[in-house]
Structures are given as structure tokens and as C-alpha cells.
Design a protein around this ligand. Sequence first.
Ligand code: FAD
Ligand code: DHB
Length: 402
Amino acid sequence: MRTQVGIIGAGPAGLMLSHLLHLYGIESIIIESRTREEIEGTIRAGVLEQGTVDLLNATGVGERMMREGHFHHGIELRFNGKGHRIDIHELTGGKNVTIYAQHEVIKDLVAARLKAGGEIIFNVGDVSLHQLDTPTPKIRFRKDQDGELQEITCDFIAGCDGFHGPSRPAIPETVRKEYQKIYPFGWLGILTVAPPSAPELIYANHERGFALVSTRSPEIQRMYIQVDPRDDIANWPDDRIWEELHARLATHDGWELIEGPIIQKNIIAMRSFVCDPMQYGRLFLAGDAAHIVPPTGAKGLNLAVADVQVLARGLESFYRSGKTELLERYSEICLRRVWKAERFSWYMTSLLHRHPDHTPFDRRIQLAELDYVTSSRAAATSLAENYAGLPMEFETTAGVSL
Ligand code: FAD
Ligand code: DHB
């Protein structure tokens, strides 16, 4: 097989890249280790930055999101039994917080790619990358997990295969530097069949640990509580989850959490991770393959989409005019924004979680920071602009704004 851009992974990064390349007239093939049903059914992120929403709309895949998504103007930070609203819309000059589940974005992108005749090969196994520092890098894989070995010869390879995929390890260890922070907490996430308990997302800091109230639809709600990352979900019968949610979210003003049957629950660990550089020869990493953020800032999916916008522009410039400048600067351009999102995700995580090693002094500093960010317009504006998403500002040396 032969293609211009071989893409490994059909997550938000790989699918959006393939979609953008198609709009630029560049062909690609996506290979994905899971089945279509699996990728369309995995529950993950929920919050889209305004830039992601604008991109989905501008490229013709936003219709269902505009119909079924939820558009909030603010978020609530809750501590000491009291809620404090951060008016994201007003503080950012009109940006929204959009709630539209990641697997719905995946469904929309898969449908758009297949409708346009795009090729996605699902359920592949044994994926490996070869000849990355030549003009004809290759991807090898087995169809249907353990079928016949196949090879795709490409001009470029995009490693969009998430944190555990084979792309990042294909960059020689002597070339890449990895930065990592593992947090001593995890999130237990649930889906429950109940009406919304609040009009906007609630991020709660409580002595017993962090809690988050989010939504999916008028009938289904998404909530999270901080737990030990090594804990077993079997230790969390539904009653215990509700007890913690009630305790951590309790207010002095009679607000009530609405319970319902829990239809899904799981625990995820939390880490911050950055690989520098995000490219090697003709291989470009995008999304979780290159960087991980803890979910508190709701940035993971949005960063993946931001990376592939830069990559698609670089590839477009290469195929249109033979220029390699943008591709050469891919990593540098992405990492400036990635590190700012890493900083914000670390900040939100530190601000809102109970730290097992915190002294009483550390705890008072945390509460002072919460008091500051909810009472100073300057501090709230900083939080709001980061939460809603920093702009995709970068210029080529030719002075062209992208
Ligand atoms: P992914 O979505 O991971 O996609 C990578 C794709 O590559 C997958 O489909 C995978 O099957 C495929 N793949 C892997 N290996 C291979 C291979 N060898 N060959 C071919 N394909 C391969 N972010 C938030 O903001 N909020 C959240 O609540 C949240 N929850 C999360 C829960 C979990 C369990 C995880 C793992 C992540 C969560 N995230 C969350 C992060 C967010 O979902 C990711 O940042 C986002 O999915 C990144 O998109 P991606 O395309 O880079 O990677
Ligand atoms: C959701 C996930 C997040 O990581 C977050 O910060 C807010 C909401 C969600 O899944 O709805």
C-alpha cells in the first residue's frame, strides 16, 4: 500500500488530522488497533474549548454537536461549603464551555471520513514503524490482529496512537527527552441516569477530596471523585460513591445532588507527561502520544486537536510549495502551547485535590489561592482564559499568521 500520510490511531488526533488533510487534498490512511464499536463506545473527556468547537464547525463536522451539545457560560468552584461562579463567557470576551462527549466527536469524524471515501483500517495488530529518517517511512501491521503482515509506504507518518502506542518509542532514546509527574490520586468517574443537578460544571475542593459534577445530556450525568489511583473499582459500591459525592459537594444553602442508577464506573490514574521533541525524521507525534495532562483542566482532547492543526498546515505547505519550514518547526510550535496547558492542568489539579502529603500550612495556602481566584478579577480572568483555551497563535518566519 502507498499513501501520502500514514496515520497510526483513530482517536481525536488521528481522525481530525485525516479530516483536515482531506480538506487540503492530501490523502491518508488510518490504522487503528481497536474496532469501530470500541472507539465509538469508550467514555472519556467531555469539555471542548471554543477553538475546538470553531474548528469542528468550520470543517463541516459540527452539526450534531451544535444540536446536542451543551453550551455553558461559566463554571463553579466550590469550597468551604459555598459555590463561586467563574463567568468564563464574560471574562474571555464571549467564549463558551462546550460539553460534548469525546466518543460523539469520534463518531462524527469517523462518519465524515467514511462518507468522503477515507480509509480507516480497524482492528489491526503488531504495528511497527520503519525507515523514519528516509523519504519513504513505512508502517507494518497485521490485519484483524493476527492476519497477514501488510506494509504502507508513506511520505510522512503521524503517530496519533495515544500514550501506550508504538510511535513515541520509535524515536531513538538518545533523541527524545521525557518529562513526567505522577500524581498520588486518581479519578473515579461515573455515568448516572438522572437529570442535571446544576446548570454548569462544579469543581469542588473538600477535605475528603476533589469532586466534579459534569453532564452529558438532560438524562445522563457525568461525575468524578478523587480516589487512590491504586484502588479497585470493586471497593466502590454505588452507595459509597453517592455518600462521597454528597459529602464533598454539600453546601450551606440547601443545594441538592440528584441521584440516579449508575450505568458505568471506572478509575483512571493521573499524570503529566511531555516528550520533546515531538518529531523525528518523517515521524510526527500528536496528542497523547506526545503529552498527557491530568484531566482537571479538561485539556487532553483539545491539545490533540491543536497539534494536528499545526501538523496539517505544515503538510499542506509542504505539498503545495515544497516548503519544509513549518514541518521543521512543528515540535517547537506545539510545545509552547503544550507546556502552557501542562501548567494550567497541573495548577487546577494542585488547587482542587486533597494532597496526602499536605501539611496544615499547605492546606491554608490552597484555600487562600481558591479565595484569591474567586475574588480577584485579574486571577479569575487568567483562569478563565486558560480554561476556555489559549489562542492558536503562531507565525512562520515569513510572517504569515496561522
Ligand atoms: P487517544 O484518544 O488515546 O487515541 C489513540 C488511538 O490510537 C486509540 O484509538 C488507540 O486504540 C489507538 N492505538 C493505540 N495503539 C495503537 C497501535 N499500536 N496501532 C494502532 N492504533 C493504536 N481528558 C479530559 O480532558 N477529560 C477526561 O475526563 C478524560 N478522561 C480520560 C479517560 C481515559 C481512560 C483516558 C485514557 C484519557 C482521558 N482523557 C480525558 C484524555 C483524553 O481523552 C485524551 O487526551 C484524548 O483521547 C487524546 O486523543 P488522542 O487522539 O491523542 O489519543
Ligand atoms: C469532564 C471531564 C473533565 O476532565 C473535566 O475537567 C470536566 C468535565 C467530563 O467528562 O464531562
